[in-house]
Design a protein around this ligand. Structure first.
Ligand code: ATP
Length: 284
């Protein structure tokens, strides 16, 4: 067919089990978003309006996108992803049109979640170096949100690292009036995230995930994912000399005994810089 989706992935494939270190946060978002989407009749019965907009704020790489996808998936809702900076780049009038189309499509396929990543880039405080394009886009977003029925089965989740930089008009009742803070994971959180990212990974006997969680102070989820990827690459480097590069097959005795070892992780740890620490250093 000629039809192309306004935004890719209709159905997210991530679940709550794929998110580490955000226990309380998951409870919060389930209450705010999943329950109203799944059981609108509960809220109707009680006469309260479920939120139309939820703002997630926290440093980059802490799992905001993943959380939005998971809640969409677990609520059996369609998922629409709008990348703030990307939508800004379009020609005159195109960004607003695109936004309207996503909302239209999301309304048609409700229950839906529209996720707007880096919303600060499209809705910075007015008065601050704001161009015409941004003003129009914010106005369009506000119009679209105000136009949503409170029981429209559509929730807009927006993410930002800089909540203070967002146009206040967005935070008014009926818009993004709920907020969820996503923090940098502590040791227990890091351990959980490591467990998730090593789930499908054969690990050497001496790999100690608890120890790795202790060694990774300041790492966010994205850093932990990078660490496990880097460790796997180390393992590949180690077996390279055993490969016959003229052939595409790998002998089972090489492949089946391959695992990621403690040394691979220690090597990887030297290479991956925690992004939270980088941010802290940049800021002050
Ligand atoms: P950004 O603000 O930079 O878009 P984000 O907070 O939306 O970041 P995600 O895009 O969700 O972060 O995370 C990037 C990747 O990091 C994920 O695909 C996942 O591999 C890993 N990750 C981040 N946080 C977590 C977490 N809490 N649990 C498991 N994996 C995580």
């Amino acid at each position: 067919s000629e039809y192309t989706e306004p935004q890719g992935e209709r159905r997210a494939d991530v679940t709550y089990d794929d998110i580490g270190g955000l226990g309380n946060t998951i409870d919060q978002i389930r209450e705010m978003v999943e329950l109203p989407l799944r059981y609108p009749q509960l809220f109707e019965r009680l006469g309260v309006d479920p939120p139309k907009g939820v703002l997630l704020h926290g440093p980059p790489g802490t799992g905001k996108t993943r959380l939005a996808k998971a809640v969409a998936n677990e609520s059996h809702a369609s998922f629409f992803h709008i990348a703030g900076p990307e939508i800004m780049g379009s020609a005159y009038g195109e960004s607003e049109k695109h936004l309207r189309e996503v909302f239209e499509e999301a309304t048609k396929s409700a229950p839906s979640i529209v996720f707007i990543d880096e919303i600060d880039s499209i809705a910075p405080k007015r008065g601050q170096v704001t161009g015409e394009a941004e003003k129009r886009l914010v106005a369009q977003l506000l119009t679209l949100m105000d136009g949503l029925e409170s029981r429209a089965n559509l929730v807009v989740i927006a993410a930002t690292n800089r909540p203070e930089a967002i146009d206040e008009a967005l935070r008014r009742p009926g818009r993004f009036d709920r907020e969820i803070v996503i923090g940098v994971p502590d040791e227990r959180g890091r351990r959980e995230i490591l467990g998730i990212h090593t789930r499908g990974m054969p690990l050497g006997d001496r790999v100690d995930l608890d120890e790795l969680a202790r060694q990774t102070y300041g790492f966010v989820g994205a850093d932990m994912a990078a660490l496990t990827r880097e460790a796997a690459i180390e393992a590949v480097r180690r077996i390279m000399p055993k490969l016959d590069l003229t052939s595409t097959t790998i002998p089972p005795e090489v492949l089946d005994t391959l695992s990621v070892t403690r040394e691979d992780f220690q090597e990887a740890i030297k290479r991956v810089q925690p992004s939270a620490m980088r941010e802290v250093m940049v800021q002050k």
